[in-house]
Design a protein around this ligand. Structure first.
Ligand code: ME8
Length: 643
């Protein structure tokens, strides 16, 4: 390449509403793999990642934590950066949407769209929950009620700015259907976008909010903040200096070569984002890739399911490259993939320890054993080498195409097929038999040389995925910088004819699966909770006998107004109905307790709480920092005494 070609690749900017997990790792690793390959190919790469820090959700989380939104995100952003450093992510730029230059640029973008007539002021109509101060759409409601608190909602409207998304339907459809551009991948997502969104008719998009503060203010109407997706999507150009002075490489890197993300946000990237760019008269990104999800036990990740999936722990225990390899190898193109530790251990044992690790250690060990580590120059190559060599020569272009189009798992699968072929080549050629016959030494040297060169070529292609392992392998097989550039994977017999190998540590120790699973599970168990109070002093039986403990049935249960602690019950105690209060509103929804049979002290003196009389006490048991009611099976009759 005379002048370096540029390559601009982005991950989504992640919400720092919680710490990063394995799902965030996948996208970032996929982008890292492609960036590393492109750099090796001589491209001038800009790999952008970052964090999307505004919005109501983060405002709320910060409030709950008792800190400012900025304090809240600062801590989590630091964890994202720490994780990317731990995983060897080679991003070139990290954007935070709270960075001043981004804020200024988004304000400029919003104003430009307003001045051009693409943004206009109107009324936002929706369902409003007054206590939550939230607008909901019809489809977000649960049983017609607020999805957050379950209360009634009312029709309401508020002043808001709208983006004329509806104007862009035809141009967006043309873009998505353009075979040559091949804009949105995988192809299946094109149909989804067209039939679910474009064909039914795109609605104008509400692009400002007044119900919360944590966002970028609209400069010409300060009670509004910019809708978080307009703020977020703009990062891909503001990070390069679009409408700001902090950077100066917009002309150099834009349009992006590829935006990478998971499927749930493809809609924002393939409809709203191009429409915003069209309105701004900015060229469109070249490609969008929406991969599937890493799923955890059929959906949500769960600490109690025995799946330690803290990426820091996995990287520390099994190595960064093993984790990188596993995630990239397992995720099929465009579809979902479950994560569990056992799958990872099997993958490490079979591919990395058995196939790759053994190939390297056996080959190096034989070169040491039969030739003291340095191969003789005289070699006898034969037709028996051809199959391995053909497979090796077909490999680089396949891997390049598949990495670049994010069929990373397919590329890795193919590399490991060739590694398996090399292992078979050892068995076919039986070096241990050749070694017994002095006249076969040139053949033995050729076999070992072919193996070392196969390892060299495969390792180059693996290096974007396993950047720490590659140099360790090069050292063992006597490869150097001069024969491990990207293009060297396509060149046969590049190792010196008298190559010298060097035994090294085991690349991937085998994992004792049962033992590891047990250890991870033990790490997951919460430490035993010590009782908060010491045991009380001994007491007389009569004291206990004076308490009237009964099973009671809950007839009704509701929240006490203005109290976030108390629930008000009407219970059947077997003799009649009574009202009782209990401070367990944080742990139960009232409706979940109705009909249950609970344990209660029924002869406590009445007591008033928040204006209501409580006649007795419902018994609960501590569960960590929560309380759970003591329940009996349904067939226990109300009034049954507890002794
Ligand atoms: O959506 N499997 O941020 P986010 C695979 N701020 N990928 C996963 C994943 C999983 N289980 N979980 C997360 C946002 N991801 C917006 C983006 S961009 C202008 C604004 C990855 O923190 C995947 O890339 O919810 C997904 O699209 C992204 O994290 C969502 O991150």
């Amino acid at each position: 390449m005379s002048e370096k070609q540029k390559f601009y690749i982005t991950t989504p900017i992640y919400y720092p509403s919680g710490n990063p997990h394995i799902g965030h790792c996948y996208t970032t690793l996929a982008c890292d793999c492609v960036s590393r390959m492109k750099r090796m190919q001589g491209y001038d790469v800009m790999f952008l990642t970052g964090t999307d820090e505004h919005g109501q959700k983060i405002e709320k989380k910060a409030q709950e934590a008792g800190v400012t939104p900025k304090q809240y995100v600062d801590e989590i952003v630091a964890n994202f950066k720490k994780l990317w450093a731990r995983l060897g992510i080679t991003y070139d730029r990290f954007i935070r949407t709270t960075d001043d230059y981004h804020v200024e640029a988004v304000q400029n973008i919003f104003k430009t769209l307003y001045d051009k007539g693409y943004i206009y002021k109107s009324e936002y109509k929706g369902k409003y929950c007054t206590p939550c101060e939230s607008f909901w759409t019809e489809s977000q409601l649960v049983d017609g009620k607020c999805p957050d608190c379950g209360r009634e909602v009312t029709d309401a409207s508020e002043e808001a700015y709208f983006f004329k998304l509806s104007e862009f339907g035809p141009r967006l459809k043309e873009l998505l259907l353009d075979e040559e551009k091949n804009f949105l991948n995988p192809k299946t997502r094109v149909n989804e976008m067209i039939s679910n969104f474009i064909d039914p008719g795109l609605q104008d998009l509400c692009v400002s909010r007044t119900s919360f503060k944590w966002g970028i203010p609209v400069t010409f109407d300060e009670k509004h903040v910019v809708y978080v997706w307009v703020d977020a999507l703009s990062n891909y150009i503001t990070a390069l200096g679009y409408m700001n002075d902090a950077h100066n490489d917009f002309d150099k890197y834009w349009p992006a070569d590829v935006h990478v993300m998971a499927k749930e946000i493809v809609r924002f990237h393939s409809l709203i984002w191009p429409a915003l760019l069209m309105a701004l008269d900015v060229p469109l990104p070249k490609k969008i890739y929406g991969h599937g999800w890493i799923t955890f036990g059929g959906g949500k990740m769960s600490k109690s399911s025995g799946n330690v999936i803290d990426p820091f722990i996995l990287a520390d225990r099994y190595g960064v490259d093993a984790l990188r390899y596993h995630l990239l190898r397992e995720m099929p193109y465009g579809s979902d993939c479950p994560y569990n530790n056992e799958m990872m251990f099997n993958r490490i044992n079979s591919d990395l320890a058995n196939d790759l690790g053994n190939l390297v250690s056996r080959t190096v060990a034989m070169a040491v054993k039969y030739f003291d580590g340095t191969l003789p120059v005289e070699k006898e190559f034969t037709d028996a080498d051809n199959d391995l060599l053909t497979q090796l020569s077909e490999l680089p272009s396949f891997v390049e195409e598949n990495y670049e189009s994010f069929h990373i798992a397919d590329a890795l699968e193919r590399i490991f097929r060739v590694i398996a072929r090399a292992n078979k080549y050892i068995d076919e050629n039986e070096p241990w038999v050749l070694a017994k016959d002095e006249t076969r030494k040139p053949r033995l040297a050729a076999v070992l040389y072919n193996l070392l060169d196969a390892v060299r070529r495969c390792t180059i292609l693996l290096s974007p995925v396993m950047p720490n392992t590659a140099p360790a392998i090069y050292e063992q097989i006597g490869a150097s910088e001069a024969n491990t550039r990207w293009e060297d994977a396509s060149v046969e017999k590049m190792l010196p004819a008298d190559v010298t190998v060097k035994k090294g540590p085991v690349l991937f120790p085998r994992i004792d699966i049962e033992k590891e699973l047990a250890e991870l599970e033990a790490m997951n168990k919460p430490a035993r909770q010590l009782p908060e109070e010491p045991l009380k002093e001994l007491t007389k039986f009569d004291n206990f006998a004076s308490l009237d403990l009964r099973a009671v049935k809950v007839l009704s249960c509701e929240n006490v107004p203005k109290s976030d602690k108390l629930l008000k019950f009407i219970v059947d105690d077997g003799f009649g109905e009574r009202q009782v209060l209990s401070g367990i509103a944080k742990y139960y929804k009232p409706e979940d307790l109705i009909g249950k049979t609970l344990a209660m002290i029924v002869n406590l003196e009445p007591r008033k709480m928040m204006g209501f009389e409580s006649n007795g006490m419902i018994m609960s048991v501590r569960d960590g920092d929560k309380f759970r009611v003591v329940e009996f099976p349904d067939d226990i009759k109300p009034g049954a005494d507890i002794s």
